[in-house]
Design a protein around this ligand. Structure first.
Ligand code: AMP
Ligand code: MG
Length: 325
């Protein structure tokens, strides 16, 4: 079965063709990131206008790269939640039009759960059930996944998402956007013990809080002219503490659910230090960690097509009244 996925929840416009929920035949992505950089964050109207301009072409490229004509597509899967409303509307309206014109069924997909599904694409070894951590620019959540229609939320951020904290710390240090890859690069030659930054506690131990650590960085920097060495030490100290909180809570969730598999997804899962520490520390607790290939950590329509296939097989369908969740 061939599924065309459509993803427009934030600054990417993406379309992808996936075979039987697993094999990625194409994954076309057009990002408006460079237009947002000078503002230090995503400007929703710039994102949705670019999505409106590019979506038809992005879908055409996905079909062309898959070497399949539209008439071979059996299902259209589209992100309808969560995300920027104007951006989601572009993808939903496009997917509905295509579904109507081509007479192909439609299924709506949750973007955060699709980040988990990225671990199932191509040569995945992951087996259900498992604990999943989604760690991105807009979300930081822990789930227990029995199967793709039975997902329990175990915890979520009470304030900033982890990726958002990376972006804000980079901004405080006068670095560029998005902050995650820049912080990671600086942290490599920084001393992670130089500054004592800690993530705040939460009432539910499986929830997250990243706004306190960001403020701690702000106070450490306030009114000071920082050397490059100090910036590196701050980046390393922040990253170590943020990653530590993600690991501790993920291991706790696995213990509570007696899970031996931990699946990680979302933009921050591209971070090498995070990957190394998760594999070592969760491994030490008898838990096997899985990550998608780095390009599939970022927003993409392949994960949407893949999860759409699984939901369709479970009997889920959307009709032409589909809108934002
Ligand atoms: P997403 O929300 O899934 O599109 O991912 C984007 C978020 O991931 C942004 O907040 C980025 O700063 C963050 N990010 C991307 N690469 C990295 C990295 N290598 N380390 C930490 N955060 C990252
Ligand atoms: Mg995302």
């Amino acid at each position: 079965m061939y599924v065309l996925g459509i993803e427009t929840s934030c600054d990417e416009t993406s379309a992808s063709v996936v075979k039987d929920g697993r094999r990625v035949l194409s994954n076309s992505i057009c990002s408006s990131l460079s237009f947002h950089k000078k503002y230090g964050g995503v400007i929703p109207e710039i994102a949705s206008r670019m999505q409106l301009e590019t979506i038809a072409q992005v879908a055409q490229v996905a079909l062309k790269d898959s070497a399949l004509p539209l008439k071979k597509i059996n299902l259209i899967a589209v992100t309808n939640s969560p995300g920027l409303p104007g951006s989601l509307l572009v993808g939903i309206a496009f997917a509905k039009s295509l579904s109507l014109a081509a007479g192909v069924p439609l299924v709506a997909v949750d973007h955060v759960l699709a980040h988990i599904y990225a671990n199932f694409l191509d040569n995945s070894q992951v087996k259900l059930p498992f604990v999943a951590l989604v760690v991105s620019g807009g979300h930081t959540s822990l789930f227990y996944v029995k199967d793709f229609s039975r997902i329990e939320t175990l915890g979520e951020t009470q304030d900033d998402a982890c990726g958002e904290a990376f972006d804000k710390v980079a901004k405080i240090l006068g670095l560029g956007y998005p902050g995650g890859p820049i912080i990671e690069k600086l942290a490599k030659s920084g001393d992670c013990k130089k500054f004592k930054f800690r993530c705040s506690g939460t009432q539910n131990p499986l929830d997250f809080s990243f706004s306190g650590i960001k403020t701690a960085v702000l106070y450490a920097v306030k009114g000071r002219q920082l050397s490059l060495k100090e910036k590196k030490d701050i980046a390393a100290s922040f990253q170590e503490s943020a990653v530590g909180a993600l690991i501790d809570k993920s291991i706790l969730a696995c213990k509570k659910k007696k899970a031996v598999s931990l699946v990680v997804g979302g933009g921050v899962a591209a971070n090498n230090r995070l990957r190394v520490r998760f594999i070592e520390e969760a491994g030490g607790a008898g838990i096997k960690c899985y990550f998608p290939p780095k390009p599939l950590c970022m927003d993409n329509a392949a994960m949407v097509a893949g999860l759409g296939y699984q939901l369709f097989k479970k009997g889920l369908r959307s009709d032409l009244t589909l809108t934002l969740e």
